[in-house]
Design a protein. Sequence first.
Length: 226
Amino acid sequence: MLELRNLQGGYGEIQVLFDVSLTVGLGEVVALLGRNGMGKTTTVRTIMGLLPPRGGTLVFDGDSLAGQPPFAIARRGLGLVPEGRQVFPTLDVRENLIATARPGDWTMERVFALFPRLAERRHHLGRQLSGGEQQMLAIGRALMTNPRLLILDEATEGLAPLIRAEIWTCLAELKRAGMAILVIDKMLDEMGHLADRHVIMEKGVTVWSGTDATLTHAVRERYLHL
Ligand code: ATP
């Protein structure tokens, strides 16, 4: 579905991505791992058209995404839950959800069924929500675009354990419903069971990929310093 092959990219004169290769298949959940500053967010921004690729290939459903603007990429079926959530602070929950809505199976009612807590808070402004509620809203907002691939940059960063558990349960539900997911998160042990495959980045290069079972202590120590 999504294929990055030897992708290069960066900011202005600064090259950050040197050789990024990964794939996400239909209904597959892939975790993108790496220590701080290794280029995970830069990879996501490049996929979403927020940064131009400078080399290599970036293909979704057989078509190149290179040079396409973010709105066109989103319209093709890539939904982003950005780092830092970035909900609209002065819009209420309903308005946040409506803002990105596109026709499809995902409606506001379905998002509210997935996150009953959002339904209770439907008239609260984005800025009045807790961090966990904002993350639920960010996920709901991405789902309202009716994506075929959901990308989460730091799925549970800064959230309390109980809220993290809710987010993982929700992602497992989405996986069961057939959603393909590319997820970045530091909570490796919590995310492990969800991910079909892990891909590790080091200094702008994808250096390892494998299943949760093959992500051994030695691999974690070598690439993630865990
Ligand atoms: P983290 O886990 O800390 O979010 P990351 O793996 O997502 O890390 P990136 O945010 O992609 O890493 O950063 C990769 C490199 O790009 C870092 O060296 C960072 O300093 C650099 N970088 C990030 N944003 C910019 C920018 N706007 N301009 C220049 N360099 C940047």
